[in-house]
Ligand binder design. Structure first.
Ligand code: 5AD
Ligand code: SF4
Length: 433
């Protein structure tokens, strides 16, 4: 009988991919199979996120539950970004944890498994050339890391501390992985990195210097690959060459994540984002001029230290001007070992909550208006998920989630779908071609 692995993944797409890597290694080298049943697991892994404070607090209560429910002898491992930043402290607080494995060290999963109380959290460790055997949660879409770490120094962000300096993964390894995914039937690639359009900045050894635009060109030539998505690009690196390739390359999905963070040039400067409100708006204008149907999503932090009413008004102004298709919005949360942790001009908690509500309400209004325009339109959908009640869902090129009545026969297929019903997060339609 195979050993059972229960794995919970929090945080971003990078973490999901790291989990896929760990699952692959544990399966190939240790004979584990995944299970959804905590109580029957021989190994329980939690792949953590530390970008905001709340998930960190949740970790220890969750670990307590795991400890209570686990079967006798089952090991518990803490991986990911909180593992990187808390390290040994985790084992001190929760002595039943068998090992701690940082976000930069996932390739060592099968090593730490056999050591008692191992703590591997070295952020200088270079994982850029390691290759695991294939494990993909979706056969239709291949997530591929193109870089690890982050070289920016945004003053609110813990990520450079948990994932280390930025290193690009050699182009030939990425192309090989993409070809392998295409041979296995994946028609969509999802490229991952903290800062994807900074690709090529630094390789760990002697490698051909390829930038992100060129990488996109090469990937789009792989037979069988019909769609390419990526996250996250940085507005600072959105030069004209990149935006033009994005627009004219038919394989690149017309959906761009542009993390604004704040609409105020002053706050952006305090955050050390490297761009201004005007630059951001200019990039959106350029993007829409060459790719009129592009959908744009964003991340916004409200109540960063020192954010005045006027600064927040600037964020609302950008929101009204850009009319984002999707937003991920957060109240600022001070993080250890970041520059902003020491800022004293903290925004009052009530004001922060109010601003978040105002921002989200404005976005809901915008979305309701935008959604109406989809009714009756036809989108090419790539189906990926089988839902309950005989619904199958997928995404349009510009990232709208659309469901239709249907069976698993549609999975991995492209169809034209006419929108017949509008919801806030998902549209319904019928296949017309
Ligand atoms: N507080 C609140 N939000 C944060 N993010 C990153 N760090 C913080 C923080 N300290 C948000 C940013 C980022 C997203 C992944 O999380 O908007 O783009
Ligand atoms: Fe969370 Fe950032 Fe780590 Fe992703 S990289 S898991 S968002 S802290």
């Amino acid at each position: 009988m195979s050993k059972k692995l229960f794995i919970e993944t929090l945080g971003c797409a990078m973490n999901s991919r790291d989990s896929e890597h760990m699952i692959a290694a544990l399966r190939e080298k240790e004979g584990y199979e995944t299970t959804d049943d905590l109580k029957s697991a021989d190994l329980i892994l939690i792949n953590t996120c530390s970008v905001r404070e709340k998930p960190v607090a949740k970790l220890f209560s969750e670990l307590g539950v795991f400890n209570k429910k686990r079967k006798e002898g089952a090991k518990i491992g803490v991986c990911g970004c909180t593992a990187s930043h808390l390290g040994e402290e985790i084992i001190k607080k929760a002595p039943y944890v068998s090992f701690v494995l940082g976000a930069r060290n996932v390739s060592k999963i099968t090593e730490v498994l056999h050591k008692d109380r191992a703590v591997e959290v070295d952020i200088n460790y270079d994982e850029s050339e390691f290759a695991f055997d294939e494990f993909r949660t979706s056969p239709y879409k291949a997530y591929i890391n193109i870089s690890i770490g982050c070289d920016k120094s945004c003053t609110y962000c813990i990520v450079p501390k948990t994932r280390g300096d930025e290193i690009s993964i050699p182009t030939e390894l990425i192309l090989r992985e993409a070809k392998r995914a295409a041979d296995g039937g994946a028609k969509e690639l999802f490229l991952l990195g903290q800062n994807v359009n900074n690709y090529g900045r630094r390789f760990s050894g002697e490698h051909e210097k390829v930038n992100f635009t060129e990488l996109l060109r090469r990937l789009s030539k792989i037979e069988g690959i019909e769609r390419i998505r990526f996250t996250s690009p940085h507005p600072f690196h959105m030069d004209d060459e990149f935006i033009e390739e994005f627009a004219k390359n038919p394989k690149i999905c017309k959906s761009m994540h542009m993390p604004l963070q704040s609409g105020s040039s002053k706050v952006l400067s305090d955050m050390k984002r490297g761009y201004t409100k005007e630059w951001f708006l200019n990039r959106v204008e350029k993007l829409r001029s060459v790719s009129p149907d592009v959908s744009i999503s964003t991340d916004i932090i409200v109540a960063f230290p020192g954010e005045s009413d006027e600064d927040f008004e600037d964020t609302l102004d950008v929101m009204r001007k850009v009319r984002f298709d999707q937003i991920f919005s957060f109240k600022y949360s001070p993080r250890p070992e970041t520059e902003a942790e020491h800022y004293t001009n903290v925004v009052d908690e009530d004001v922060a909550s109010q601003r978040l509500t105002t921002l989200q309400n404005l976005h809901t209004e915008i979305l309701d208006e935008k959604n109406k325009t989809h009714l009756g339109k036809i989108y090419r959908v790539y189906f990926e998920d089988l839902n309950q009640d005989y619904y199958v869902s997928g995404r349009s090129d510009n990232n709208i989630v659309i469901k239709v009545k249907g069976s698993d026969e549609l999975l991995g297929e492209f169809r034209d779908v006419k929108i017949t019903q509008i919801g806030r997060t998902i549209l319904s339609g019928e296949v017309v071609g």
